[in-house]
Design a protein around this ligand. Structure first.
Ligand code: UTP
Length: 409
């Protein structure tokens, strides 16, 4: 206790123990354990950075080559055969990132449990499992499925799967759940927040936490035991995601790259999406805020947008690359969010607007670790129907229509 108090004093976070005496024994233990696990230096520097103007480091952005799935001609079959062989021999695992809060959608429960309003009333998780099982059948193999949850939604997610008998999968045999990391939230003074439960208020560390979480939780070891060499990582909220794609896999294998990502062409030059590119010669994704209007509108000799390949969170990685990325710290981005907390006098504060910083890593910030990455442009209407907002664009309504059209249901 004395050591903990010294640390808290050093970082001016003594308030974290204000409510300690009122907690029951198990919570007291938990709180001390949380405090011991906080990297105060990191939180301090993240807070300091949040107070400065965002400096986008000087980087040289150049286009990245891509292949168009529609224009592979004679190569299509060859890629497909290579990929199919690897899939049939059990070298592919699917990972679904389901640790997000789904704030924009506002569904009460994990986003994967959301019913997009099809006649079948299937949840996003069930739609994803349908597609995985269908592909598995086609290639005569069970594709192992790994689901990343967060501390916040893990129990609800696993309970939901249990209620649905894991959609035919077998827990810990071919379906696995693992939790992503968390970081404390801090207020505008840099003080770490205490939540309503009297414990440190922590939040999931962003989809960039996927690599570390796969390694730390022993998932990549598990995959190796199963003979997996390639890992598809996708989001939970794209109901048209194709987690099993022999062409994508064949391209990665034949081109000897450690990763292959899918893109859809931007709907228009001004669309607010991140696009694949190279930064200082390495694969990357550049946000729409980071490129000029001229760059966003530039076209090549065929009239195609030079920076038009939207990143859709559909990427395939070699297992060695995932393990390497899992050991490489990623930068954190700051988001200003609304967070209910207990103040230093023990009073509950429900803010009207954003009042706290949350720190998140982005999955594509790790792409710079890769020597090269193949990009495959696919058709939006076949592979990209995200559920982000409650209404309007990328909503249950738009996703449902795309799903119905594609599957003819
Ligand atoms: P988004 O960035 O769209 O976030 O996640 P979200 O949580 O779904 O929605 P908002 O922004 O709060 O409205 C894209 C994918 O990454 C996963 C999400 O579950 C989704 O599949 N994700 C995001 C995580 O698994 N963990 C995170 O910490 C963040």
């Amino acid at each position: 206790m004395e050591a903990i108090k010294r640390t808290l004093k050093k970082y001016s976070q003594e308030h974290l123990l204000n409510g300690y005496d009122k907690l029951d024994e198990s919570k007291q233990k938990k709180l001390l354990n949380q405090i011991e696990n906080i990297n105060f230096e990191l939180i301090n520097s993240l807070y300091q950075n949040s107070q400065k103007e965002v400096q986008i480091p000087e980087t040289q952005i150049t286009p990245i080559e891509y292949l168009d799935k529609e224009k592979l001609n004679g190569y299509y079959k060859s890629f497909q055969e290579t990929g199919e062989k690897a899939i049939r021999s059990g070298k592919l695992a699917a990972v679904t990132m389901a640790g997000g809060q789904g704030t924009r959608l506002g569904h009460n429960g994990p986003k994967g449990t959301f019913d997009i309003g099809l006649d079948s009333h299937k949840s996003l998780f069930e739609l994803l499992s349908d597609s995985l099982k269908e592909q598995g059948k086609k290639y005569d193999v069970t594709i192992p499925w790994f689901i990343m949850t967060s501390e916040e939604n893990n129990n609800d997610t696993v309970d939901f799967f249990a209620k649905h008998k894991f959609f035919g999968y077998e827990k810990d045999k071919n379906i696995f759940f693992f939790k992503q990391g968390e970081l404390p939230m801090v207020d505008t003074e840099g003080k770490i927040l205490i939540g309503e439960d009297g414990l440190i208020k922590e939040a999931a560390d962003g989809h960039g936490g996927i690599y570390e979480a796969l390694v730390k939780n022993g998932m990549t070891n598990k995959m190796r035991e199963l003979g997996v060499e390639w890992i598809f990582i996708g989001g939970v909220d794209n109901c048209l995601v194709k987690m099993v794609d022999p062409v994508l896999m064949g391209i990665a294998i034949q081109k000897h790259v450690t990763a292959a990502g899918k893109s859809v062409v931007k709907a228009n030059p001004g669309e607010k999406v991140g696009v694949f590119c190279k930064k200082n010669g390495r694969p990357s994704v550049v946000e729409y805020t980071e490129i000029s209007k001229d760059m966003a509108e530039a076209t090549d000799e065929r009239g195609e947008l030079i920076y038009g390949e939207s990143h859709i969170l559909c990427n395939l990685f070699n297992i060695d690359a995932v393990e390497r990325m899992g050991r490489t710290p990623l930068p954190y981005h700051t988001a200003f969010k609304k967070a209910t907390y207990i103040d230093k006098n023990g009073n509950k504060v429900v803010p009207d607007g954003p009042n706290a910083y949350k720190f998140e890593a982005f999955l594509f910030d790790a792409f710079g670790e890769l020597d090269d990455m193949a990009i495959l442009r696919v058709k939006r209407e076949e592979e990209f129907a995200p559920v982000k907002n409650a209404t309007g664009t990328d909503s249950p309504e738009t996703a449902r229509e795309l799903y119905k059209k594609f599957y003819k249901v």
